[in-house]
Write a new protein. Structure first.
Length: 655
């Protein structure tokens, strides 16, 4: 074990790991051979998700054919035991699967006791058996990240399913010319597969440019291409070629538990968190960690050390020396605490200019900030150092009331309970923390008192008069709505009264917020044929945390992640637990973009050809912002990113 690259070689297993798949349902006029050839060619665009093995199978029911193709990233079992598409022994069920079922051993033992015989030790075979035994009810038993397509040859139905958080992707579309249904792990595979160039979804473009809203609805940036939402499944029938409405299999409950004291809840959270880390360490390949220096990733690294006292741990950290967003000292502290081997990643504006096309192509759709590039480089460095798996702290903010603590939601809960003095005291304490202040506290109070999503409406009204670079009238004439549909006023659910913070966290976990972050991580990691694991994101941990009294999450003193900080005492250094700021994999964005001004002008040139953008005003707004004449916001990056994405993917803009 003296070789530093032998990292956390634990518990031999044969998880099938990260993969990609592509498939279609086609009518009688298509020959099976031609369909197989099309799918085989289309799989080439998913080679990065699974460069080691490939399989294609076809099935027939009445007038319709189904073809499923799979690319595999072989990590542990290099034999044909993990080859996909995989079928049950009786031939009834066939599956293509992207992801991991971490508790597959426990499920295998349970199914074996019910009479199932297993040919090999793979989580795909366990998933097949679980589906055949429990049907869709098995989804709630799975601990893992997954997207899969499973065909029932007896009923002639194909079911698509996605994990509760949407950690792994799944998209589908009905071809306009042939009326065939196509599904895939990435949008880029669908775009490459389709026989006609898809059109730009104008509503999505508007919502992204104005509100930074994306990845939170079925609709994507391409008309007709939809994602299966997290925690949903849907079914295609080969008897009639029809697609059902999607069914939600998981929506977290938020009703409060009152049976645990704060210290008891902290102890249970500690045990649950460490159990999650234990499951996510099931690997016998080099495994490291993405470490920002913040609480979440630090807790993951410290949890790894707690469970494996003597195993080498490698961490990968993006650093920006001299920048206010640099977290190198905090990462150094954690690395010293656990005795980790540190890998530090630097990047300069010139490297971003070189990599931007590859980054945008890997992401498939526009994204919100250049912090995505920092993550891209971290995964690149990990893969080049010989690591195939990393653990990441993603999702903790949405589970634990991180960021600024969602103060307006907590205030609403207190108003529901007529606890006005407690609300006033919370506001007074909350504003004392760094980066908040009296002005933000008053804004939070205003949002708490206003109708749902009033802030979006006010922002939209300002945009009507200020953002003249966007031709809003042109968009309105083509049916684009001013307020995104996902932020329309919500119904007052019975479980929201007095539980507004828990409700906001649930929305962030299953809609706007986390979905985009998970997309960034999946595409960035899989671009480098690397698996990113997120041990915070299990449905049972989410159910537990969303049932906690809200003051356990955002304390009365304004402390975010209050319960988790207590749970990690003695495991994570106190300096990390007592941090009051939050940075993450942030980048010195303004300085980077200022250094890229010549390239930016070239990237913005396409605005001349986009009918809802005013090229001259786009360029003027970007230049004024980079010159310091206008307050910097990430809207500048969104414009740059969108224009370059339009150049690379060339969606049709319908007049």
């Amino acid at each position: 074990m003296s070789d530093e690259r032998l990292v956390l070689v634990l518990l031999p297993s044969t998880l099938d790991f990260m993969c990609g798949f592509l498939g279609l349902i086609a009518g009688d006029k298509n020959s099976p051979r031609s369909l197989i050839q099309r799918v085989g060619i289309g799989l080439a665009s998913l080679a990065h998700r699974g460069p080691d093995d490939q399989g294609v199978e076809s099935f027939r029911c009445g007038e319709y054919s189904l073809v499923m193709g799979h690319t595999r990233l072989s990590i542990i079992n290099l034999s044909s035991a993990g080859h996909q598409p995989m079928q049950t022994d009786d031939g009834r069920w066939s599956i293509v699967f992207n992801g991991e079922i971490y508790n597959y051993r426990e499920l295998r033992e349970l199914l074996s006791s019910s009479g199932y015989l297993f040919r090999a030790d793979t989580d795909t075979e366990v998933l097949l058996a679980a589906w055949s035994f429990w049907g869709a009810a098995c989804l709630s038993r799975l601990v893992g990240m997954f997207a899969f397509a499973i065909y029932d040859q007896e009923e002639c139905t194909l079911t698509l399913a996605r994990d509760g958080f949407g950690i792994k992707p799944l998209f589908y579309v009905q071809e306009q010319t042939s009326r065939n249904w196509v599904f895939a792990s990435e949008i880029s595979a669908l775009v490459a597969f389709l026989q006609t160039q898809p059109a730009l979804n104008l509503q999505r473009a508007h919502d992204y440019l104005i509100y930074n809203s994306y990845d939170n609805l079925p609709a994507t940036f391409f008309e007709g291409i939809e994602q299966l939402l997290p925690g949903h499944w849907l079914q295609f029938s080969l008897r009639n070629g029809q697609c059902s409405d999607s069914v939600r299999w998981w929506h977290p409950r938020i009703s409060a538990r009152t049976d645990l004291t704060f210290s008891q809840a902290a102890q249970e959270l500690r045990e649950r968190f460490l159990d999650n880390i234990r499951l996510h360490l099931r690997s016998d390949v080099p495994l490291g960690a993405a470490l920002s220096g913040g609480l979440d990733s630090s807790a993951v690294v410290c949890g790894m050390r707690h469970l494996e006292p003597h195993a080498p741990i490698h961490t990968f950290t993006f650093v920006a020396p001299g920048s206010p967003v640099d977290e190198e000292p905090w990462a150094d502290l954690v690395n010293a605490h656990v005795g980790a081997i540190s890998h530090k990643i630097h990047a300069c504006p010139g490297e971003l200019a070189v990599d931007i096309d590859a980054l945008i192509s890997a992401q498939g759709e526009p994204f919100g900030s250049t912090s995505i590039y920092a993550q891209y480089r971290v995964f690149q460095a990990a893969r080049e150092a010989g690591f195939i798996v990393t653990l990441d702290g993603q999702g903790a903010d949405e589970l634990l009331a991180g960021y600024d603590g969602y103060p307006q939601a907590r205030l609403r809960s207190l108003f529901d309970q007529h606890s006005y003095s407690a609300a006033f005291n919370l506001l007074q304490s909350w504003q004392q923390w760094p980066g908040r202040g009296r002005r933000r506290a008053l804004q939070s109070l205003g949002l708490a008192l206003a109708p749902d999503h009033a802030g979006f409406r006010l922002k939209h009204l300002r945009s009507e008069f200020r953002d003249t670079w966007l031709k809003l009238r042109w968009l309105r004439n083509r049916g684009v709505k001013g307020i995104p549909s996902d932020v329309a006023p919500l119904a007052w659910w019975s479980d929201r009264h007095g539980r507004q913070l828990a409700s906001s966290l649930r929305s962030a976990l299953t809609g706007q917020g986390l979905a985009a972050l998970l997309r960034h991580a999946d595409r960035n990691s899989m671009h480098w044929s690397l698996e990113s694991r997120v041990p915070f994101l299990t449905t049972d941990l989410a159910e537990f945390l969303l049932s906690m009294p809200e003051e356990y999450l955002l304390s009365d003193a304004g402390e975010t992640k209050h319960l988790f900080r207590a749970a990690m005492r003695g495991l994570v250094p106190d300096q990390i637990l007592d941090r009051r700021d939050k940075i993450g994999f942030a980048t010195p964005e303004l300085a980077w973009l200022q250094a890229l001004t010549p390239q930016i002008d070239d990237w913005l040139a396409v605005a001349k050809e986009i009918p809802f953008l005013n090229h001259e005003k786009v360029v003027a707004m970007v230049h004024d912002t980079l010159a310091g004449k206008r307050r910097f916001t990430w809207q500048v990056w969104r414009l740059i990113n969108f224009c370059r994405w339009m150049q690379l993917f060339q969606p049709v803009v319908r007049a």
